[in-house]
Design a protein around this ligand. Structure first.
Ligand code: SF4
Length: 387
């Protein structure tokens, strides 16, 4: 199998990434929230300058695909007028904050985000890798532990626990010091050699470097896994979207109802609503089979893909035994998802199947088509209980 090209950076709005279907332009709304005006405007921009289907990412951002270079300047002007653009590309790249979609003003999330945004835009900000991120997860129970992040901030009593991803201990500090403490950890990451050739993640660094003393004082408590990604919440109705695909027309309709928050589960919180409108794209039931599959763009949208992904994922969704999730990837990079119990990876000759592994793992079976994968699932269902 050909090794995919590792770009090592994520697209932004000011630094779009070329793909098979044009430029990918990623928008990072402040506090992970779109006002009705912003949502309406974004839907209109997608219809005018990009694919009319927006995408929600696992870092709770929105991206527009299929932007042609000639349309890009007008799109950028539109994003700027909606207040959805950073001043500079380097600041945009560093402003990698993932928030619990259930944040409230009183839990300190807006204040911490503002302080982190200022620190990350300052002239002395550490040069962090593009994929390096902060998870701000200050609810009574953390909901972002499975989400990709390098520095995590959680509520511990009336203080904030700041810790490195992959650590067992952190620093417990007053809310007013939390952003400062998180930046201290980010600076330590850079100073300790966490960045190699512009890349690096905190959990990798911790395998070769001990944490500095302030971050060894408080043990990180166990927390139950966050499993319910759709349904009512205190913040509003949480809805899912198949593969995070959000038609611009649906965005228009939702914008007329409520402000929207983006979830890291490729869904939306309809702020203040107790029910969801009856739109077929919205997933509202936790047992909906569409929530059990993930798929990247695949062919033909991604130039690295060795096969299509979403049609196969859609086919497999109702066939998955209880407790199983599937991820269909167009190549071994596995952009879309981590943690599925079944992974299918497109290759030059059919799909590789990996049972309990990742897109990079050694396949358990190779050269399969959709019927072959279905037969594998059926055989497993008959002969072995899944765990
Ligand atoms: S995982 Fe999918 S989206 Fe990512 S590079 Fe491979 S084919 Fe493209």
């Amino acid at each position: 199998m050909n090794a995919p090209v590792i770009q090592g950076w994520c697209p932004g709005a000011l630094r779009p990434m070329p793909s098979g279907d044009g430029l990918v332009v990623r928008v990072r709304p402040t506090l992970g929230r779109l006002t009705p005006l912003q949502a309406q405007g974004l839907a209109g921009l997608a219809q005018q300058y990009a694919s009319p289907v927006l995408e929600l990412t696992s870092r709770a951002n929105l991206q527009l695909r299929g932007v042609c270079p000639d349309s890009y300047p007008a799109l950028i002007n539109g994003l700027r007028s909606l207040g959805l653009l950073d001043e500079r590309a380097d600041v945009e790249a560093r402003r990698n904050l993932l928030l619990s979609p259930f944040w409230i003003d009183a839990d300190g999330t807006p204040a911490i985000c503002e302080a982190l945004n200022l620190a990350l835009a300052a002239p002395d900000a550490p040069t962090l890798p593009s994929k390096f991120g902060f998870a701000i997860d200050l609810g009574a129970q953390p909901v972002l532990r499975d989400a990709s992040a390098d520095i995590r901030l959680e509520c511990l009593g009336d203080q904030v626990l700041v810790y490195a991803d992959g650590a067992t201990t952190g620093a417990c500090v007053p809310l007013a010091q939390a952003a400062h403490s998180a930046m201290e950890l980010a600076r330590w990451f850079v100073a300790s050699g966490g960045v190699v050739n512009g890349r690096g993640r905190m959990a990798s660094l911790l395998q070769r470097q001990a944490l500095p003393a302030p971050f060894t004082t408080s043990r990180i408590p166990e927390a139950p896994a966050h499993t319910s990604t759709v349904g009512p919440s205190a913040t509003g109705m949480v809805v899912g979207l198949e593969f995070g695909q959000l038609p611009a027309e649906t965005l228009h309709q939702l914008a007329a109802l409520a402000p929207l928050r983006i979830t890291p589960w490729r869904g939306l919180v309809l702020e203040g609503l107790h029910t969801a409108p009856a739109l077929p794209e919205l997933i509202t039931q936790p047992d909906d089979a569409r929530l059990r599959v993930a798929a990247c763009t695949g062919a033909p949208g991604c130039t690295q893909a060795l096969g299509p992904t979403r049609a196969l994922a859609r086919f497999l969704a109702p066939l998955l035994p209880a407790g199983r999730t599937a991820h269909v990837s167009g190549c071994t990079k596995g952009c879309a998802h981590h943690g599925a119990t079944l992974t299918l990876v497109a290759s030059e000759a059919g799909y590789h199947l990996i049972d309990h592994g990742t897109a990079q793992s050694t396949p358990d079976a190779t050269g399969l088509d959709a019927a072959g994968i279905a037969a594998y699932l059926e055989q497993q269902r008959l002969h072995a209980p899944y765990v």
